[in-house]
Design a protein around this ligand. Structure first.
Ligand code: HEC
Length: 429
């Protein structure tokens, strides 16, 4: 009898401690997303403006956009144009008036011509995607405001696997900009086949005969299906479709789009790896305490959860299942040159940022986000797991998900990382 009561008590305890399901798990400890103070590039700018150490310059045509990009070190050549009414300022967005996005390794800015606010999202090392707005009305003291639920309804629910994350979609869009959702939609990342990408986006650059859904507006809903672009979609300048003077550049560069799609995926996987490890350890600590176990007793479920999230992240980092590119893809030289110039480079001048786009996105299939602050801020247990696996993967013992890495790839990546990220190895710095 006593034995049964004990078991029942343990079951009840476990149930109360079990991680809740659904979108608001990240609002509970140990993450406490909305209640925590973010520390990232945007929060630092926000604080400097509040302390009146600096202000932002207002431009008559673009408002605070150019100076905000400048302060966040985001180049205009990263401009991407999306014309589907899929985001917050939907009334401003249409095929004639697309929304522009700009990005660097950690931050993204959204701009609608004539829009009320600039939308900002950044990869916060502890909290995942953190969101802000900046009013576009001229003001002596422009203010950057952190936003939570307003943005999380889309950026922190099922579409982002219930983490605060980044979104990229491809869908069929009518001439008003409204998506035709009955025709389905795709989440887009580097694994999405080119033929399914860019519905609702403008794409400039050269793709040869490869078909895709970019620049495609459904003007006749009764047109025979499957809906697809006519061949030869190459467009370098979008001036026939939009008033280019309302944007910082006339492009929506195909290579920038591909880097963005890779980057948003890896950012989200880093958030998942971070939260999963912290949540698993939090749960374990609570359970050990409730059951009177030693505080360092490791649960099998903790080890498993860390390994699963770690493997997903590694597959993102090493571009497992990357979509095939059958003909070289070319964008504007400016994006590619600026992107590569950020390095780091090894002594032979090699960099993980080198773009290939002949048969795959990067010359060396290992993400440059391995250098990011969010990667370095992963919990120790997760970092330990990754440090064990990365050398295994680079020695060819990674398993089937890493079989796409040739011996030459593995050797080059290994050499580059040993010089540019030595702490990944046991005896590194
Ligand atoms: C109605 C859903 C929705 C809401 C609400 C929303 N977004 Fe988004 N956001 C999207 C979608 C979808 C994308 C992908 C690009 C697109 O379709 O425009 C996106 C993309 C972005 C991007 C580019 C990075 C990325 O994730 O692709 C930024 C920056 C951004 N949103 C900021 C914000 C901010 C800031 C808020 C809140 C003030 C917000 N968004 C609210 C749907 C939304």
């Amino acid at each position: 009898m006593m034995h049964r009561i004990l078991i029942l008590t343990a079951v009840v305890l476990v149930q109360t401690l079990l991680p809740a399901r659904g979108a608001d798990v990240y609002e509970q400890p140990p993450i406490s997303y909305s209640d925590s103070s973010p520390v990232n590039r945007v929060s630092q700018l926000q604080a400097a403006i509040e302390r009146k150490e600096l202000s932002l310059q207002y431009d008559p045509r673009f408002g605070y956009l150019p100076d905000l990009l400048n302060r966040l070190e985001i180049g205009p050549s990263t401009q991407l144009l999306v014309f589907s009414k899929t985001s917050m300022q939907r009334d401003r967005i249409s095929p004639r008036t697309p929304r522009a996005l700009y990005f660097n390794d950690d931050s993204y800015v959204g701009y609608c011509h004539g829009g009320d606010v600039l939308e900002i999202a950044t990869a916060d090392p502890a909290l995942g995607a953190v969101f802000y707005t900046l009013e576009q009305e001229q003001n002596d003291h422009p203010v950057i405001t952190r936003q939570t639920h307003k943005c999380l309804q889309c950026h922190g629910a099922t579409q982002t696997d219930d983490i605060p994350g980044f979104l990229v979609r491809s869908l069929f869009v009518g001439s008003s900009g409204l998506p035709i959702l009955s025709e389905g939609s795709h989440r887009v990342d580097h694994t999405t086949p080119i033929k399914d990408r860019w519905g609702g986006w403008y794409v400039s650059g050269k793709l040869g005969s490869q078909s895709h859904l970019g620049n495609f507006v459904i003007r006749d809903r009764d047109a025979p299906k499957p809906w697809a672009n006519p061949p030869g979609q190459d467009a370098s300048d979008l001036s026939e479709r939009i008033a280019v003077r309302n944007y910082l550049t006339p492009h929506s560069d195909v290579v920038a789009l591909m880097v963005f799609e890779h980057q948003t995926l890896v950012h989200n996987l880093i958030v998942k790896a971070n939260f999963t490890a912290r949540q698993a350890l939090h749960y374990e600590a609570g359970l050990n305490e409730a059951l009177g176990n030693p505080s360092d007793e490791r649960l099998a479920s903790t080890t498993r959860r860390i390994a699963n999230a770690g493997e997903d992240l590694l597959q993102g980092i090493f571009l497992s299942d990357e979509a095939a590119i059958v003909e070289p893809i070319k964008g504007e030289p400016e994006f590619a040159e600026t992107f590569v110039s950020h390095g780091p480079h090894d002594r032979q001048g090699r960099s993980l940022r080198e773009l290939d786009v002949g048969r795959r996105l990067f010359k060396y299939p290992c993400s440059f986000l391995i250098y990011s602050e969010a990667f370095d801020a992963l919990p120790e247990e997760m970092t330990r797991y990754l440090r064990k696996r990365i050398p295994e993967i680079l020695e060819g013992r990674g398993g089937e998900h890493f079989a796409h890495l040739s011996r030459v790839d593995r050797q080059a990546i290994s050499e580059i990382l040993r010089e540019t990220k030595p702490k990944l190895w046991p005896h590194g710095e």
